[in-house]
Design a protein around this ligand. Structure first.
Ligand code: SF4
Length: 281
């Protein structure tokens, strides 16, 4: 667990995003936070991790932003909800961090993924970091719930090679119960990405009795297939790896008794996407 105000020497690298980090932005004046958000000259990051094989094609370096406006019941990184839990990082420092991995990423046909938290909470910073990655010739991916997709201009979208769109469900009431927010903006962003022929991978977390309604999954599959730009669907089995964070943060965790889905249930969900002609894994 890392706790307490971060300085310029606080390491950005973490072994995994499951490392609990809190209050690293403590002491940053509110006016600085606002200025950072407006300009994108500074962002708040939980960490950088390397070697991911699941956050886009090839081997990925992932920057995990802090700040999220959703409150998903199954969130495994609730320490990223609060922007002030992240390390304040200038765009120059984040770019230099990325530069370290440039050659390796190219050699491994990998790239850079910005995840979170919700990266578009800090969309100016995200845009600057993607532009910097592009200038270095690094493949770029944005992992987002899509709610703030309209914060990105069409031109800014062009700095992103791939969008990993986290779609949490289909039914409006169930989506609201799961995330605290409505699903409409996510679907609207999906349609906009489709209109621009932007490659998308959909990520869907399967939780028994929460997101596994067969009709919901079938409806989501039909919607995704109709977009025409969905290259792949990742059905992600729910897990309990983030449970300890809820406890450490003093948050009420409603899914304490929830179990991961069976291999058969995951396969059934994948099959529903495949029936619509999608590549589901
Ligand atoms: S959108 Fe992601 S980071 Fe935000 S609460 Fe949901 S799972 Fe957690």
């Amino acid at each position: 667990m890392s706790e307490g105000a971060a300085g310029p020497d606080t390491p950005l690298a973490a072994g995994s995003p499951f490392e609990l980090r809190t209050n690293l932005g403590k002491g940053v004046p509110e006016t600085d936070v606002r200025a950072a958000l407006a300009t994108g000259d500074m962002g708040f990051l939980h960490s950088f991790t390397t070697g991911s094989a699941v956050d886009g094609p090839g081997v990925r370096v992932v920057a995990w932003t802090s700040g999220c406006m959703w409150r998903c019941l199954y969130c495994h990184n609730p320490d990223t909800w609060t922007m002030g839990n992240g390390i304040p990082v200038t765009i120059a420092r984040a770019t230099e961090e990325l530069r370290k991995y440039r050659q390796g990423l190219k050699a491994m046909s990998g790239g850079f993924t910005l995840s979170g938290g919700e990266p578009l909470m800090q969309h100016r910073f995200a845009v600057k970091l993607f532009a910097a990655a592009r200038r270095m010739g690094i493949h770029t991916a944005l992992d987002t719930n899509g709610y703030y997709g309209d914060r990105l201009s069409d031109g800014e979208l062009e700095t992103i090679d791939l969008v990993l769109l986290d779609v949490k469900g289909w039914d409006e009431a169930r989506h609201r119960r799961l995330t605290g927010m409505e699903i409409g903006p996510t679907l609207e962003f999906a349609r906009r990405l489709a209109a621009r022929k932007k490659p998308v991978w959909i990520r869907f977390v399967l939780v028994p009795e929460l997101t596994d309604d067969p009709q919901d999954v079938a409806s989501l599959a039909s919607f995704a297939a109709g977009l025409g730009n969905v290259e792949r669907v990742d059905v992600l089995p729910f897990h309990q790896m983030g449970r300890f964070k809820w406890k450490e943060l003093g948050l009420k965790y409603e899914l304490g008794d929830a179990r991961p889905p069976s291999a058969e249930a995951v396969e059934r969900a994948c099959a529903a996407f495949r029936e619509e002609g999608l590549n589901a894994v």
